[in-house]
Design a binder for this molecule. Structure first.
Ligand code: SF4
Length: 354
């Protein structure tokens, strides 16, 4: 069923309203709620921990990370920050694989999350036993996994990559004549395959957020905003990627918003990114890309349900009680195996060679 154009304007166009609402929430809140942000900030500053927040979490948490010496970043930069940060404790606002990715290279650090129940459809869609069987069935291939996987899957892999570095790594491996086994995101895998021409066999899983972006309503939105460029995360369906003015990871999309001349952008990724993207381009208009359920039937509606589990209340509880259930644990043996594939990526980013 198609929806009315007015509905697009109402539901997809006004990112500033979303941001203003999110950021003004504190100011409009009751005295108790307004005090929550201040008390969490004070507790964070008084602790030994630094807040490492992903671009997709609540803008209030991103703001908190900015104001307390933490970082707001994509998963690659989150991993780098965690490894170089001198603080003995990290609080990761994101999803569980990000907590594990912070813990693996720094096992001596204590890593916490507001909730360990925040997972990822790609991680869930790649259970380690099935993945290991798949690897065993392709012994001639180099195993490259996306960061959005469990520590156990990383431990079985030769390489870990994020979306910002996947093309560079696979291209380098391809030039060495290596054939690739790729998991878990089929859309990103297909995109990397097309960009590099590498011989790749792909696992079949997808991100519930990006898979919902759809072309059929995009044309209508572009008719309303003909001046807008299209920014697309490569976890999105291929036809979206093909129509894009820029394709890339979260940090690459923010950079593209700055570099491209368009005065407006339709953005196909989680809407949490608008907080940092609007900071980077304060005078440009940002518009949510249509999902398959712009009429109200979308599953994620351009916001990851697991990223949404991170909030000020949970962070406040964590900083008060430091509950055991919120501390990220990685089996030391798995961690020792996973750190090799993870460090290859971190080394590659330093030198563009492992
Ligand atoms: S946005 Fe998609 S890839 Fe990212 S954590 Fe959520 S489900 Fe996973």
């Amino acid at each position: 069923m198609s929806i009315k154009m007015d509905d697009y304007i109402a539901t997809r166009a006004d990112v500033r309203t979303y941001l203003e609402h999110a950021l003004a929430e504190n100011a409009r809140a009751t005295a108790d709620e307004a005090g929550l942000y201040a008390s969490v900030k004070a507790a964070l500053l008084a602790s030994n921990a630094r807040l490492v927040a992903h671009y997709y979490v609540d803008p209030m948490l991103q703001k908190l990370a900015e104001e307390t010496g933490g970082v707001v970043a994509d998963s690659l930069e989150m991993a780098r920050f965690g490894a170089r940060c001198e603080s003995p404790e990290l609080i990761v606002a994101g999803v569980s694989f990000m907590g594990e990715t912070a813990k693996i290279p720094s096992p001596e650090k204590r890593v916490w999350m507001p909730t360990l129940d925040a997972t990822c459809s790609l991680d869930l869609g790649c259970p380690v036993d099935a993945f290991s069987d798949w690897c065993d069935a392709h012994p001639d291939r180099t195993v490259v996994v996306y960061a959005n996987t469990s520590a156990a899957v990383k431990a079985r892999a030769d390489w870990v990559v994020t979306s910002s570095i996947a093309i560079d790594v696979v291209d380098w491996l391809d030039q060495r004549g290596e054939k690739i086994l790729w998991a878990p995101d089929r859309y990103l895998g297909r995109y990397v395959q097309r960009q590099t021409g590498a011989d790749m066999v792909l696992w079949d899983s997808a991100c519930v957020v990006h898979e919902e972006f759809r072309m059929h309503d995009l044309a209508k939105l572009r008719a309303v905003y003909p001046e807008a460029g299209l920014l697309v995360h490569p976890e999105s369906p291929e036809e979206m990627v093909d129509a894009a003015d820029a394709v890339g990871s979260t940090s690459q999309l923010i950079r593209a918003a700055v570099d491209l001349p368009h005065p407006a952008f339709i953005v196909a990724t989680d809407k949490g990114i608008f907080y940092k993207m609007q900071q980077a381009v304060p005078n440009k208009r940002l518009i949510e890309a249509p999902t398959r359920g712009a009429g109200g039937t979308c599953q994620s509606c351009a916001h990851c349900p697991w990223m949404a589990m991170n909030g000020l209340q949970g962070l406040s509880r964590l900083l008060r009680d430091w509950p055991v259930a919120c501390e990220v644990q990685v089996d030391p043996e798995i961690g020792q195996q996973a750190v090799r594939s993870l460090n290859r990526m971190l080394e590659f980013t330093r030198s563009q060679r492992p």
